[in-house]
Write a protein that binds this ligand. Structure first.
Ligand code: C5P
Length: 285
């Protein structure tokens, strides 16, 4: 029996544009994604001689074959034609779920990396990303991590220069958003504003965090804000404490804000904690 441990970093969408609905029902996106230090820890025990098991300790997360981490493990073993002879996946959850931070996808990518390490790295990072795409649209990005321009469903990736260091406050309102429902909703509305991904890329290339902050934009933000005033409230609190940008990530509901320094981040977090249970301070990794 061997036990391996992997960190599963959360993601933020610095930009998120929905380009079109495709024949297969998915949407073509263009998004700059960024991993942040907030992470789950995934522990994998291989060769237990027992049926597969997933332990997570959270009622809102499925602990069986529906979990992206389980799907990723199955896809990996099928791809290399190996039977791990019993597998236990233990996930210590810190990334909020239903949050737009790719928590499930991060766990899936961590499982792929851990299994690949266990079997002596038979697959390249690109091959792991290909396998991951079958488990969930954000898994390929989570395999890569860092600062990446993602297109298609998310699987067409181009690495950008690392986002410069900065302090980010994140806050999850009480409600969660269903990703498929939100994608359906965006088909029925006219998208009035799109992020400028070229300007975002140029700002990242220049390592200019103020310019990056100016370009942060997610087309889902106004769609969710319309039904949930909490989004606007969280942004307002962060802006009052000096935020350079405040925007929802992915399909929500977490709002993140780029803060000028740790002191203002702590003050914003302190105020947000009075109204919202899940508040954190993080940074790009
Ligand atoms: O791939 P994932 O499981 O993250 O996708 C969840 C749902 O979100 C899909 O079933 C689809 O309805 C929607 N989706 C989409 N276009 C994408 C990613 C997700 O329509 N690029």
């Amino acid at each position: 029996m061997t036990t391996l441990s992997e960190k599963a970093y959360a993601k933020l969408n610095l930009s998120l544009d929905v380009l079109c609905r495709r024949e297969d029902g998915f949407h073509d996106l263009k998004s700059v994604m960024q991993t942040v230090s907030l992470h789950d820890t995934v522990e994998l025990t291989v060769g237990t001689g027992q049926p597969w098991k997933l332990i997570c300790g959270r009622e809102d997360i499925p602990c069986d074959e529906r979990n992206i981490a389980w799907k990723a493990a199955k896809l990996y073993c099928d791809a290399i034609g190996k039977d791990p002879e019993g597998l236990t996946i233990r996930i210590e959850k810190n990334i909020p779920s239903g949050a737009g931070m790719g928590g499930g996808s991060a766990d899936g990518a961590a499982v792929l990396r851990a299994l690949n390490r266990y079997y002596g790295e038979p697959l390249s990072e690109a091959e792991l990303a290909n396998i991951g795409a079958k488990a969930g649209s954000d898994v390929p990005f989570c395999v890569w991590g860092g600062t990446v321009m993602c297109e298609g469903r998310g699987e067409i990736m181009r690495r950008l220069k690392n986002c410069p260091d900065c302090i980010i406050v994140g806050c999850k309102p009480e409600f969660s958003v269903s990703t498929p429902v939100l994608f359906k909703k965006i088909d029925s509305v006219q998208i009035l504003k799109h992020p400028d991904n070229d300007a975002m890329e140029a700002a990242i290339e220049a390592g200019d965090i103020r310019a990056i902050a100016r370009e942060i934009y997610n087309v889902f933000d106004p769609v969710v804000s319309e039904d949930h005033p909490e989004i606007g409230h969280i942004k307002e609190v962060c802006r009052r404490h000096g935020a350079w940008a405040a925007q929802m990530t992915g399909s929500g509901s977490v709002v993140f804000a780029v803060m000028p320094d740790m002191k203002s981040a702590e003050k914003a977090a302190q105020e947000l904690k009075k109204a919202y249970p899940q508040v954190f301070i993080t940074e790009p990794v």
